[in-house]
Every structure is written in structure tokens, then in C-alpha cells.
Design a binder for this molecule. Sequence first.
Ligand code: GLU
Length: 438
Amino acid sequence: MTVTRFAPSPTGFLHVGNLRTALFNYLIARKAGGQFILRLDDTDPERSTQEYADGIQQDLEWLGLTWDRMERQSERLERYNAAADELRAAGRFYECFETPVELDLKRKKQLNMGKPPVYDRAALALSEAEKDALRAERSGHWRFKLDQERIEWNDGILGDLSIDAASVSDPVLIRGDGQFLYTLASVCDDVDFGITHVVRGSDHVTNTATQIQIIEALGGTVPAFAHHSLLTGPQGEALSKRLGTLALRDLRAQGIEPMALLSLMARLGANEPVELRSSMDELIEGFDLSQFGSAPTKFDVADLGPMTAKAVAALPYEEMEQSLADLGVPAAIAPAFWEVARENVATRAGIADWWALCRDGAAPLIDAEDADFVATAKGLLPAQPWDGDSWKSWTAAVKEATGRKGRGLFMPLRKALTGMEHGPDMSKLMPLLQKHRL
Ligand code: GLU
């Protein structure tokens, strides 16, 4: 069975970059009829918070990305301890004592000599007596000893990849203070939960190389890996610093529709046009990882505006019935009101404005040069309630009386009744106006 996971750290709110990862893994699992796991990578007790853990779940729920199972790494520390023991016993784990300053110095020296800044494995040469002496001063951290050979895999997006393990530092899996780092925890979880496919950002490619060796050392099955390109801004500029301002909850607060966001993120960077989809099933059906390329993917938050307007316009009446009733739209006119409102709002929140206008009427907008014209028109306005012919008969009468036609006739009347220059077909809007303030 296909099993995927989305593994955010609850150290912040989800942003569009995270969403891409979540969505790909979700769609792969759903398309295969498999399982999608939400895993909270919360081994860092200082930075992980319950507020962020809750926030992540709320954001995924808002988007309809449901998970079949949730796991927290903070509850699996015993398992990671056991894995560490296993690696020690297999001779793949060694204790190191360099301080961050010492490591930094080593790196600088290597770079100065034109060498790659790879950890030199000096700790492997320490005698037991030397280690004891160092332990008395500070606690050691633990590194995984990579087999220095080429690590190869066929990446679901990047194709055949090969990384020379000798060019990578032995990864630290346990910090000096005993905290398990993401790499060991992630590997244990991927093995134990039977993860078959891992899609994540291309910033994880080197991690993947080392993780493959750790998985093998633990006797696990290596999942299929795929690394999607990172998002950039519309001009190709790095987005990493701005991602904080592209939090999913902020987009939600701005009224962005889930389907607009999902439709965009499920296609961006693929060889297919971005089109608004009407349901999650349609997104699942059309998803194909092999369509995605390695080039950085441009993301423009402005694209979400028009897509949201389209998504709102596409909402069926049945889905809106309750919210319209909650707004106070009488059931008798709700379907007709929805037909008019849906085409004229940028977000769902805009519907309330249209209802306020229909319910109370709008303050007329009358240009000085139209004052007499509007006064004449007011005298010809038929009594309410209005129907589908009211606009036609009123404008015909005003035309007759004033000789005005075209835009000069219609625009001042629209502005007088709605207070706006733009809006729905007036013959459809007029019957919905419960009052007017002309
Ligand atoms: N917590 C990791 C991250 O957010 C997970 C990476 C992975 O998918 O393994 O970067």
C-alpha cells in the first residue's frame, strides 16, 4: 500500500512552500488509495509549541487535506534511543566532542585550502582515555559514519541522482544535550510507518543521501524519493525570507478560497496550465508527479485573487444556502440573489456587502452635472417591488423624457441606485433591491 507523510515541525505556521509538500504527498496517497500520515517533527522542545501544532491541523483541515493518522516524534524518543543503540552496536555511530567554534574553524581552514568543508572524522582517532577526559569537560554529540561510496537513487522528479558520500559530513544525529535531531527521528518513522513515497523540497537532497544509508543500516526499506523545486517570487527572487508573510492562515483571513489555492499549488511548476478545479477528486485525478520539473517554480500571490473570484463564482447554490440564510437573505430571493452576487465578488466576504446593498439600498452617487437628470429620473422611478422588467421600463421612460442614451443614460442611473460604477446587470439587481435611497 502507498503510504506518504507530511512532516512539518510545529515551530511556525504553514506557508505556501509547506503546502506544496503537503499537497503532493496527500495527492499521491489519495490517488493510490493509500494512507496519508501527518507527522509532527517536534523533537525540539524549545521551538515546538502546541499553538503551532494546532495551527498546522487547522490549516490542513481548512484546505480539506485530511490525514489518516497523526504521529508526534516527541512521543517516540524511546524508539530513537533503541535505534541509536542499534547503530552503536553496528559500529556506525561515534561520539564527537568538537565545539561549534572548533568545527567552524575546521571548516574555514578547509575552505581556505580549497577543500570542501566536510567533517574530518578526527573523533574516530580518539582513544578511550581521551574520550573520558573530554567527557569530563563537555557532553559529546553523535555522528553517523557514512560508508564513503556513491549513494544513488532514481528521484521521482529529478531523475537519476548520485551523491558521493565522501563529499558529505557524517551527519550529527544526537546533539550534545541529548536531543535527537530530525534525521534519525525521520528515518526511524519512515521505516516504522512503512512510508513508501517521500516528496519534499530540493533543499533535502543531501539529507536524502545520508538517510538512505541510515535506513539501510537499520535494516529498513528505502522509500521512493522525489524532490520538488523551491518556490521563488514572480521575478525569480528567493522566497524563503518572504514565506513568513505567505502563511496559509493569512491567506485564509484574506478570503482566499481553498480550491483556488489548491488548484494553483497542485499545478504550479508542472507542464500543464493552471486551471481552477471544482473538487478535490478532480485534483487527485489530474495529479501526475512526473509532470513536474527541477527548475525553480515561480509563485505570485496575486494569482490567487482572480482564482478566488472564479472559485466563489463556481460555488453551487446548495453550498451557499446556509450562509445566505445566515446573512438574512430571504429564502424566496436567495437563489436569484446568489446568481447576481457570485459574479460580482472578489471573496465570499463580499457577498455580505451586496446583501447590505440589496437590503438597505445604497447612498446615491450623483455627479454635479447629472443632478437635474437624476432628479427627473427619480420622478419616473416605478414603485417597489421591482421585477425583471423594471430597469428596462424605467430607463425607457427616462430616455424619452431626457433624450439621453447609452452610457450617459445608464451610468448615472446605476450610480444613483447602487452608489457604484460597476456591478451586476441592473435588470437582475433591481428586483433584489428591498429598498432604495434615491
Ligand atoms: N520536518 C522536516 C521539514 O519540515 C521534514 C522533512 C521531511 O519531509 O523529511 O523540513
